[in-house]
Design a protein around this ligand. Structure first.
Ligand code: SF4
Ligand code: SF4
Ligand code: FES
Length: 485
């Protein structure tokens, strides 16, 4: 374990560690642009050069591997002068249009411009101007802001293996573009990660374009609910509305990345047709009601079925999008009535996608493992008469087996986010929450339990499903409430 001293502080790091990482262990942030811990290191921006004792020239902290006894000074006069020089070159053609740039507030170039007081420019010539182009449906490129660090190019070569991007032209006319020329797009399942790794505002997500300013966002750390990988994510919201999703570093699950499908799977949360009030069936039609009346209607409906057909006629039905806590509460609820959870709904598998450094699993359900742990995977063939369904999968289509199972019910109550195929047939509909509006646990395909955290409130009178189930358990089986999670 080599010992290295950074700015007077000694740290012991693993053999092979780069100076930039060793400095982080010593609490020192070395300014950099082109370096990214998950990509190869071209050392092309020269921003990270530091002084190493015994060396005549500055060394790049991003590519220099530590040796025992090494002494580094990142704040040496020579290193500071170099950084100022690098900044001066970078700003020659940069428009510094921070007031209208989506990256403002989270931009390295902006931060260093302030830190090195780059207020004036000695450059009197005309700036080279470049174009704004869409690299794909989801990513926009602002040429003037690009500092040609090549992170985006390396990402497409090394992580997705698709190599769409390249650096074109020479000198100050060089520009990022789609290889081999116009007509092609940046088209891979992880394409929007280039927006996150671009250290400036040159690559922008079109779903977030000019939506709000970074400093207005409320960020919640949660888990993606779009497939069984369970990528760790940041949910950025503004005034109760989700503005964007970003990957959150998790070496065990997703590294630094998330897929575009998961990243763009949030607008359904704000759809106008979300259920906002409990509904009960009166004279054949579903009408809005209060929570008290709706819970009472579930009570009356299931009790009537129990009285007519016995407790075995009562069943619960989950979804593979429910949290583990919800599945357990559903089990407590129906077993308290003498029934059983008969199974769960799940989206059918899609094709697994294997990229050089990221795999997207076939299973599109975020908590199949967690649900199976609580209620098993068996789907019953005996037909129940009264069922309570925990739904929540957006735009779910019932399978033929599910249609058959629910075909001759005397009573059906559902927790749903939209008036789904099943909710339209229900006697009581209880408005629940999307994965962005509730907290709980999801167990991913690797059997790792991860936390889901509510980033925003459900709309109208809708409630977190866990709260609805707690209320049902309290109403039906007060003795079971004591064992609820
Ligand atoms: S677009 Fe961004 S990530 Fe790509 S080279 Fe330019 S500055 Fe770097
Ligand atoms: S791989 Fe799965 S969990 Fe990860 S971002 Fe994509 S959809 Fe979400
Ligand atoms: S970060 Fe080291 S040269 Fe760019």
């Amino acid at each position: 374990m080599p010992k290295v001293t950074v700015n007077g502080k000694q740290v012991e790091v693993a053999a092979g560690t780069r100076v930039i990482t060793a400095a982080q262990s010593a609490g020192v942030e070395i300014p950099h642009f082109c370096y990214h811990p998950a990509l190869t290191t071209p050392a092309n921006c020269r921003m990270c050069l530091v002084q190493q004792k015994g060396q005549r020239r500055l060394v790049p902290a991003c590519s220099t591997v530590v040796t025992d006894g090494m002494e580094i000074d990142s704040e040496a006069e020579e290193a500071r002068v170099n950084r100022k020089g690098v900044m001066e070159f970078l700003l020659i053609n940069h428009p510094l249009d921070c007031p209208t740039c989506d990256e403002a507030g989270e931009c390295r170039l902006q931060d260093y411009t302030g830190a090195y007081r780059m207020n004036d420019s000695r450059y009197a010539e005309r700036k080279v101007t470049k174009t704004i182009t869409n690299l794909s449906e989801n990513v926009q490129f602002w040429g003037n802001r690009c500092i040609v660090c090549t992170r985006c190019v390396r990402f497409c070569q090394e992580v997705t293996g698709t190599s769409e991007l390249g650096v074109f032209q020479r000198g100050d006319h060089n520009e990022i573009g789609v290889f081999p020329g116009p007509g092609k797009a940046l088209d891979n399942p992880l394409s929007m990660n280039v927006v996150d790794i671009c250290p400036v505002g040159a690559l922008l997500a079109r779903d977030y374009l000019h939506k709000t300013r970074f400093w207005f966002l409320k960020t919640t750390d949660s888990t993606c609910a779009t497939c069984a990988k369970g990528c760790s994510i940041h949910v950025d919201a503004y005034r109760g509305e989700i503005m964007r999703l970003r990957p959150r570093e998790n070496p065990q699950v997703n590294g630094f990345w998330m897929c575009d499908t998961g990243r763009l799977n949030y607008p359904y949360t704000h759809r106008k047709d979300r259920l906002k009030k409990p509904l009960v069936r009166k004279n054949g039609a579903l009408v809005e009601t209060s929570w008290e009346e709706a819970i009472d209607a579930v009570y009356q409906g299931l009790e009537a079925v129990r009285a007519r057909h016995g407790p075995q006629a009562i069943a619960g039905w989950s979804s593979a999008w429910a949290t583990s806590e919800e599945a357990l509460l559903l089990k407590i609820f129906v077993e308290g009535l003498g029934g059983a959870v008969a199974g769960f709904s799940a989206l059918p598998d899609k094709k697994e996608i294997i990229l050089p450094k990221f795999t997207i699993p076939a299973d599109r359900n975020p908590n199949r493992r967690g649900i199976q742990a609580h209620i098993g995977s068996r789907k019953t063939t005996t037909k129940p008469k009264g069922v309570h369904v925990l739904g929540g999968i957006p735009d779910y289509t019932l399978t033929p087996q599910e249609k058959e199972l629910f075909s001759s019910l005397e009573f059906l109550s559902v927790q749903e986010i939209f008036l789904s195929e099943l909710a339209q047939k229900a006697h009581v509909v209880l408005p629940g929450a999307t994965p962005f509006e509730k907290s709980g646990t999801y167990v991913n395909a690797q059997e790792i339990a991860q936390e889901l955290k509510a980033a925003i409130q459900p709309p109208g009178d809708a409630r977190e499903d866990r709260r609805i189930l707690e209320e049902l358990v309290r109403t039906f089986a007060p003795q079971a409430a004591a064992t609820a999670p």
